[in-house]
Design a protein around this ligand. Sequence first.
Ligand SMILES: [Zn+2]
Ligand SMILES: [Zn+2]
Length: 238
Amino acid sequence: MQRAVREVLDLVFPRQCAACGGAVGRELCHVCWDCLAGMWPVCSPFCSMCGDPVPGPIEHHYTCSLCVGHPPGFDYARSAFMYRGAMADLIKALKYHHDLHLSRDLATMLLACVNVHYSAIDIDAVIFVPLHRRKEIKRTYNQSRLIARELARMLGKPLIPDALQRVRDTPSQTELTSVQRRKNVRGAFRVCRPQWLDGRRCLLVDDVMSTGSTVSECARELKKAGAAAVRVVTVARG
Ligand SMILES: [Zn+2]
Ligand SMILES: [Zn+2]
């Protein structure tokens, strides 16, 4: 029945690709095959800890200089695609243009990433990077919360909706160096539900990751509150 309704709705209101505006041609999706094929998946070789890809062949176990110099708060971080082309368009559409239905498309991509790099039996709970309250009220939603909610549902794992709170409204990290980014987010997060984290292995979700300073700071707080492990997964890598 639901399928029939969807097919009728597709005929009356054909779904457009959120990246190129063309016909989608894929059920339940909002990205066309061409745009999907044109995205850059994050492939090995990459840093064993933060998952940052490295150009060129590396046969041995590799840890990047950032992770060696400043070990991150998380255990591992992995991303599905590079933040370029159609992927950047999708994230901007979700983040700035209220295309909330894209959270499901992005969560599907994240699910594939989780299945490749992690094991679902090692995950007890799903958590997301919070926005500062002022920013969330202005935007009216947190895109990472929407993606994490869909991903938790797909994984069959509980989402802890208010595990973390952003207590400082930090300036944008875009123009900052890695040292400045670490400083910028230091002390920006607080754990609100330590009783729900004790001994739990968390999957921390965010939309985009660059140097990883934000997810690292969140993971550090989660671990201080008793989380047994924090694995990070992001849709895109900047
Ligand atoms: Zn397209
Ligand atoms: Zn690294």
